[in-house]
Design a binder for this molecule. Structure first.
Ligand code: URA
Length: 216
């Protein structure tokens, strides 16, 4: 990881500009897109985002037997662990697990206090994270409060590397997350204009949990 002059890691923001991702995101933004279609699009998009976020996973070399000969071939040393921030993070999980089928999955439950916008934890269950690469999932990086709290919980278990994967990010959330966790790379399909006065991303797509599960 690159370092700043004071020795701190330089936070990296990756925007996945692939046309398929951008097209699907536009369909998810549309207010008339129903939950069933929204979920389907989110699964398809998370599959494509996983392809990008796993780009730098370390490969080892193994000796294998093909039908013709033995050869050395690259293989993932171990699959990353995935941590979903409940509940909207689960909307990304299906797609991620299609690409990483044997990944172990942790959950952290956080809700936003509607007055302070602070993240309050109500649930946490992780598989062993020590020494592993952990991909933390939440479709919306808004204030950054839930993401920061989740990353703190994850880092307490001493992972080797932590990546944050979302669908949409607000500039305010990116700044907050990069300040609190400069060692965590952020992957997103888009960075929107701003947060509104109640912490929603604008133009955004509304409340991701409500859009996924049909609640209001
Ligand atoms: N969470 C959401 O689901 N949507 C937003 O716009 C912000 C936070």
């Amino acid at each position: 990881m690159p370092k700043t002059t004071d020795g701190r890691p330089t936070p990296r923001l990756h925007i996945v500009s692939h046309p398929l991702v951008q097209h699907k995101l536009t369909q998810m933004r549309r207010v008339e897109t129903p939950s069933e279609r929204f979920r389907q699009l989110l699964t398809e998009t998370s599959l494509l985002l996983t392809y990008e976020v796993t780009r730098e996973l370390p490969l080892g070399t193994v000796q294998i037997q093909t039908p013709l000969t033995t050869t050395e071939a690259p293989e993932l040393m171990e699959e990353p662990v995935v941590v979903s921030i409940l509940r909207a993070g689960n909307g990304l999980l299906d797609g991620v697990l299609r690409v990483l089928p044997s990944a172990r999955v942790g959950f952290v439950g956080l809700y936003r206090d509607h007055e302070t916008l602070e993240a309050i934890e109500y649930y946490c269950k992780f598989p062993p994270l020590s020494g592993r690469t952990v991909i933390v999932l939440d479709p919306m990086l808004a204030t950054g409060n839930s993401a920061s709290a989740a990353l703190e919980r994850v880092k307490a278990d001493d992972p080797a590397a932590v990546l944050f994967l979302c669908l949409l990010a607000a500039p305010e959330g990116i700044a907050a997350l990069q300040a609190a966790h400069p060692d965590v790379d952020i992957w997103t399909a888009a960075v929107d204009e701003r947060l509104n006065e109640i912490g929603y991303i604008v133009p955004g797509l509304g409340d991701a949990g409500d859009r996924i599960y049909g609640t209001t």
